[in-house]
Design a binder for this molecule. Structure first.
Ligand code: ATP
Ligand code: MG
Length: 327
């Protein structure tokens, strides 16, 4: 059976962008692939995190995975830090990565821009991400469009390892949805929606109340035109809202355009808010049930145990190929 790996950082409240770009596809893929869905806490600490908040967010992300429909009987759900081989292989791959490659990463440029002090972890993040993926000899990586460049580096590192030490790693393929791979901020359609954006109005959080969702959508930026038309170059804000609508209501872009032909933004936004509320309410209900049941810790423990078996085998193989003395 082919293998899938993906992860989400417990760096804030998950957004609709995380759901549409990533989690939604996790749920589809779990039926056909051996899936590993990690809560990547080692990545989250590449920017400062409050320890208590990190703990809470870690449980929240894992619980959202389950609430969104990931079946822990099919897929491994676990904390990245609980499978120690991630950090170990991360170091080995860091030594294969060049500074120039890391300097070209747009995520690093975006996240370090304007900062007085930038952690070295943020810089080497892509090597750790490569390790996350290669540890399981992953075939497919469901991610949003922003992760494409990191995935290309992962393939380069796998190829470099293979040519230096012998064919070992599978070169993973990205799985990027055709629609919704880059949901934009509600207040600025030139930036992607991000859970670490400090402006709460920029993103719909998966755990926002129906009223918060309605308020955020009614305040979302549009343009001075009046056509509900998908045209990302000229109408980026409205196009983004159409994309969200299409993904929440299960309609094509053309169907959304058709439905609002000749109508103004008001009724469109109103219906959009209800489509988002309709999608999120059942997820939120299941989320509350899971948190109350207290089951998530044991789900993650089992996930980590199963993932560790594969991870340990890979790490031992890699160390042997690189010339490390066996223990
Ligand atoms: P942060 O701001 O902390 O980096 P984030 O919202 O970018 O948070 P990540 O944990 O970095 O979330 O990414 C988790 C997954 O969600 C990745 O697959 C990423 O590509 C996807 N993703 C993130 N933002 C979006 C978005 N706006 N649209 C679609 N997919 C997204
Ligand atoms: Mg991100």
């Amino acid at each position: 059976m082919k293998t899938v790996f993906s992860g989400i950082q417990p760096s804030g409240n998950l957004t609709l962008g995380n759901y549409i770009g990533a989690i939604k596809n996790f749920v589809t893929l779990q039926n056909e692939y051996k899936c590993n869905f990690s809560v990547v806490d080692l990545h989250a600490i590449t920017v400062p995190q409050d320890p208590a908040a990190l703990q809470e967010q870690s449980e929240a992300v894992a619980s959202i995975y389950i609430a969104a429909g990931i079946d822990p009987g099919k897929a491994n759900v676990y904390m990245q830090s609980h499978v120690r081989q991630h950090a170990q292989l991360g170091w080995l791959l860091t030594t294969l990565t060049s500074m120039g490659e890391l300097e070209r990463m747009t995520q690093f440029k975006d996240k370090s821009a304007g900062k007085e002090s930038v952690g070295a972890g943020l810089f080497v993040y892509p090597s750790l991400m490569a390790a996350d993926i290669l540890l399981y000899n992953t075939d497919l990586v469901p991610v949003g469009e922003d992760q494409k460049q990191h995935l290309e580096l992962t393939r380069d590192l796998a190829g470099r390892f293979n040519s230096r030490y012998g064919e070992y790693f599978t070169l993973p393929e990205p799985y990027i949805p055709e629609v919704g791979a880059r949901i934009m901020s509600l207040d600025d359609a030139s930036k992607k929606m991000s859970k670490s954006n400090p402006n709460p109005g920029s993103a719909i959080a998966l755990l926002d109340t129906p009223d918060e969702i309605r308020k955020k959508i009614s305040r979302a930026t549009t343009d001075s035109g009046r056509e509900v038309k998908y045209d990302p170059a000229n109408k980026p804000e409205v196009s983004n809202l159409i994309t969200i609508y299409s993904q929440c209501a299960g309609l094509s872009i053309a169907e959304v355009e058709q439905r609002y032909e000749g109508q103004m933004y008001g009724p469109f936004k109103k219906d959009l808010a209800e489509a988002v509320v309709g999608l999120l309410e059942p997820i939120q209900q299941r989320y509350r049930d899971i948190r109350e049941s207290g089951e998530i810790r044991s789900i993650m423990r089992q996930g980590a145990e199963r993932a560790s078996e594969v991870a340990e085998r890979t790490l031992q193989d890699v160390q042997k190929l690189m010339g490390f003395l066996p223990e």
